[in-house]
Write a protein that binds this ligand. Sequence first.
Ligand code: FPP
Length: 243
Amino acid sequence: MLKIEENLNLETLPQHVGIIMDGNGRWATNLGLIRSAGHLAGVKTLKEIIKTAVDIKLQALTVYAFSTENWKRPHTEVDFLMHLFSEYLEKEKRELNEKNVKIKFIGRIDELPKSLIKQANDAEEMMVNNTGLKFNVATNYGGQDEIIRATQKITRRVLNGEIKIDDIDANIFESALDTFGNPPVDLLIRTGGDLRVSNFLLWQSAYAEFWFTDTTFPEFTPKEFLSALEDFGKRDRRFGTVK
Ligand code: FPP
């Protein structure tokens, strides 16, 4: 088990952390490697972050693995990523299950390669009753797309006569999102130096605290992850009110 930093106050931890795992390609290119080598190194980092999240009993972790825009990347890189997700599931699902992790794939999963859909469904089914870390993998995910799909689901419920237009509130809206059952995102981490949200968890991070680092994802360590959590504990969260 990782030695938790002494100054980490477990009472002020966030419940739900989102991570934009950026900088894989640049990390690899700087080392004279192909971009995909960066994604491979990113898997190693992700495993360490999950271990840490389990150790500190984080409730939920959502990672941005592939956006709805990432299909525009070169075919070789897209293919590599799809194989990487597949291999990750094959190699890691047993250990994740032993750690009581509950995996869920969010996004337009039905547009992924058929074999990956099956592996994702199998892994979800395997962990469906687990009660530990909720680990959401955003794959073919876009925040705007998720909001559109939620709107479609709710509209269908209205047209079926199940609910009335005026019944639609934040709770009903949340129940139609891919992340239903997770607490709101309260800390959003982005590695790789860019200061933007890139269509990630738009609804869920309405009151999130942001934490940006120049460190690329392959170089991101559990220590830096914990320092982001520690910094979160010091933030003054007012949720629009005054104290
Ligand atoms: C963004 O970096 C990263 C991605 C599009 C892929 C993220 C995937 C992983 C970290 C692999 C592990 C994931 C799972 C679920 C097994 P980038 O390529 O845009 O980096 P750049 O900005 O330097 O080009």
